[in-house]
Ligand binder design. Structure first.
Ligand SMILES: Nc1ncnc2c1ncn2[C@@H]1O[C@H](COP(=O)(O)OP(=O)(O)OP(=O)(O)O)[C@@H](O)[C@H]1O
Length: 257
């Protein structure tokens, strides 16, 4: 699988006096779950949009398998916080729509859509209309739809941000299950410090003014879950609390009092 690489990427929006992001490098390969964290305005979404091909870097290079990223592509599926599903369609039809766009023949779509729905633990919900589903269930349909494109990379912008705490925790384990089953590389933006620690194989901490990397480090809690350890036991581990304190310090380091 190719690597998705941002190499010394700067983002400068038209009409702005300063760049939003300066010289950020991030490399995501198969099996990586890279999480971007940092204070508001540090450029997390801008970087995700560069990876998606929605924003062009002012300087530096964004590549996938060595080829420049110039536009969105089926190799990268993007899921936003409030992803628009078609409310008048059922969960299965929403996923099948994405399969149709991919050219999957009509007679294969329903079965494949059900497989994808069961991957996000929505077995049996295929016939439900979107308006009948909870926020967490809708987000699962959004993920199933993203996976319908069989992407090599999932780009997730605060995908769990609108969910209540309990649903959010459940969705974190769903994301980890998906990541280990689907063999994709993930780049995710979150405001949740615990969420970053639970999910990531690598956390990149950004600071604003203009956005730059202050720390980048590998974590192993998500892999422990993938290896069978219960999520609650992982969160109760003193190493988890220590990592949380360290990450919080890194995020707020240098912030004006
Ligand atoms: N389309 C745009 N045009 C002009 N400026 C923009 C645009 N999008 C973002 N910015 C600016 O770029 C900077 C980085 O924004 P970005 O949304 O990438 O940060 P973020 O870390 O994702 O923020 P948040 O955590 O608040 O979502 C901010 O100063 C923002 O105001």
């Amino acid at each position: 699988m190719p690597h998705l690489a941002l190499d010394k990427v700067s983002v400068h929006y038209d009409g702005q006096p300063e760049p939003a992001v300066e010289r950020v490098s991030i490399d995501i390969g198969k099996g990586d779950f890279v999480v971007l964290v940092g204070r508001s305005g540090c450029g997390k979404t801008s970087l995700l949009n560069v990876a998606a091909g929605l924003v062009e870097p002012a300087r530096g290079r964004a590549t996938i398998g060595g080829r420049p990223i110039t536009a969105p592509g089926p190799d990268r599926a993007v899921v936003f916080q409030n992803d628009a599903l078609f409310p008048w369609l059922t969960a299965r039809e929403n996923v099948a729509f994405a399969l149709r766009l991919r050219g999957v023949p009509a007679d294969k779509r329903a079965r494949r859509a059900d497989e994808l729905l069961s991957l996000v633990k929505l077995n049996g919900a295929g016939d439900k209309h979107i308006w009948e589903l909870s926020g967490g269930m809708r987000q699962r349909v959004g993920l199933a739809r993203a996976l319908a494109a069989e992407p090599e990379f999932l780009l997730l912008d605060e995908p769990l941000g609108a969910l209540d705490a309990l649903t959010r925790e459940r969705m974190q384990t769903t994301l980890l299950d998906l990541w280990s089953a689907a063999q994709v590389g993930v780049l995710m933006v979150t405001h949740g410090i615990e969420e970053a620690l639970v999910l990531a194989t690598r956390i990149v901490v950004l600071a604003p003014g203009p956005g730059h990397v202050v720390r980048s480090f590998d974590t192993h809690f998500g892999r422990r879950y993938a290896a069978g350890e219960p999520i609650r036991a992982i969160k109760a581990d003193p190493a988890f609390a220590a990592a949380r304190a360290e990450l919080t310090d890194a995020i707020f380091e240098g912030e004006a009092a």
